[in-house]
Design a protein around this ligand. Structure first.
Ligand SMILES: Nc1ncnc2c1ncn2[C@@H]1O[C@H](COP(=O)(O)OP(=O)(O)OP(=O)(O)O)[C@@H](O)[C@H]1O
Length: 323
């Protein structure tokens, strides 16, 4: 469990999940999460995120591979793992007639050494709703109640399945701040999300899943650095892409044209941009709508989803250059 002085609180090795009927939703994934780290699982719909998190929570038995949470098998050693973990599922499913405070008290009764319910409600900004029935909460307020209940046992490890889905921008920011503060206090957090901005802001490391596999993993900066940077501009009337210096020599990895708009992809942003601008200056060409930027996590995500999927016929004027 100890690697280079870092304790791995979650260890997943070659994990597989197969549903009845033989569908393999998780097809052999490996990753680990260190103590006090926020790890985000991203992926397309149906990629296998929830199927994976459920295995980590000990809710189902893997079809293959190994999971360790705090050094234990969460399925066969549930009693050792469960009191030290907090779980926020996608659907909480509370009795809708109970009030928020009653729900928290009921839940606290199931947790050994529970924190005072009012304390966790205050943490998620629901103290003013303590007397409101669950059925009268908005979707976002229910998500916050889910989070409050996951925090009742003051867990060492927190599993959050889409924690900010349904929250407004302010609620999402508040959740990010709370999760960051928990991490700073030493809590290990594994979350799934569809919000790339959430992963970019919150995660120390992340994995992007696609089709039951991990397509890429690393820090947000490492994952985006693996994607080419973009340069786009519009050529003036009478100029064509063939008038540019040979793109391969500029370090361009690929390009697309749409009318007079040119989009270049490069792994050598500074060199490509410099040589392009030098050419424009020499030729007296104004590059309109010029935009030069590194890849975002969203582009990395879309690139992975596109690349890993079966190659679709594009029918566009996309051209790739050998590296
Ligand atoms: N109980 C089940 N029986 C059979 N197949 C299932 C079951 N639950 C999920 N699946 C399938 O497993 C695959 C992975 O689903 P999963 O819910 O893990 O994906 P996800 O990445 O969490 O997706 P989303 O982002 O849409 O929540 C999907 O193809 C889904 O249809």
């Amino acid at each position: 469990m100890e690697t280079n002085g870092h304790e791995h609180v979650i260890e997943v090795t070659d994990l597989r999940r197969v549903y009845g009927g033989g569908f393999e939703a998780v097809r052999g994934i490996s990753f680990s999460v260190r103590r006090g780290e926020i790890f985000a699982l991203l992926g397309t719909n149906g990629a296998g995120k929830t199927s994976t998190v459920e295995l980590l929570e000990g809710l189902a038995e893997p079809a293959g591979g190994r999971v360790r949470v705090l050094g234990h098998d969460p399925y066969t050693e549930r009693a050792a793992v469960r009191p030290r973990t907090g779980v926020m599922l996608q659907e909480g499913g509370f009795p809708s007639e109970l009030t928020v405070a009653e729900t928290a008290r009921m839940w606290a009764g199931c947790v050994s050494g529970a924190r005072p319910p009012a304390e966790v409600l205050a943490l998620v900004g629901l103290e003013a709703k303590a007397g409101t029935r669950v059925k009268q909460l908005s979707g976002g307020q229910r998500r916050r109640l889910d989070l409050a209940l996951a925090l009742l046992g003051d867990p060492e490890v927190l599993f959050l399945d889409e924690p900010s889905t349904g929250l407004d921008a302010e609620g999402r920011r508040a959740t990010w701040e709370l999760v960051s503060a928990l991490r700073d206090g030493g809590t290990t957090v594994l979350l799934t999300t569809h919000y790339l901005e959430e992963a970019e802001n919150l995660a120390d490391r992340l994995a992007i899943m696609h089709d039951g596999l991990i397509a890429t993993t690393g820090t947000p900066a490492e994952v985006t650095a693996a994607e080419p940077s973009r340069i786009s501009f519009e050529l003036p009337e009478g100029y064509f892409v063939g008038d540019l210096p040979p793109l391969g020599e500029l370090g361009v990895a690929g390009h697309e044209t749409e009318g007079r708009m040119i989009r270049l992809r490069t792994r050598e942003l500074q060199r490509t941009a410099t040589e392009l601008l030098m050419w424009a200056a020499r030729a007296g060409v104004e590059l309109r709508r010029l935009d030069v930027r590194s890849a975002s996590l969203e582009e990395a995500f879309l690139g992975i989803a596109k690349n890993v999927s079966a190659e679709r016929a594009t029918g566009t004027t996309t051209k790739e250059y050998a590296a």
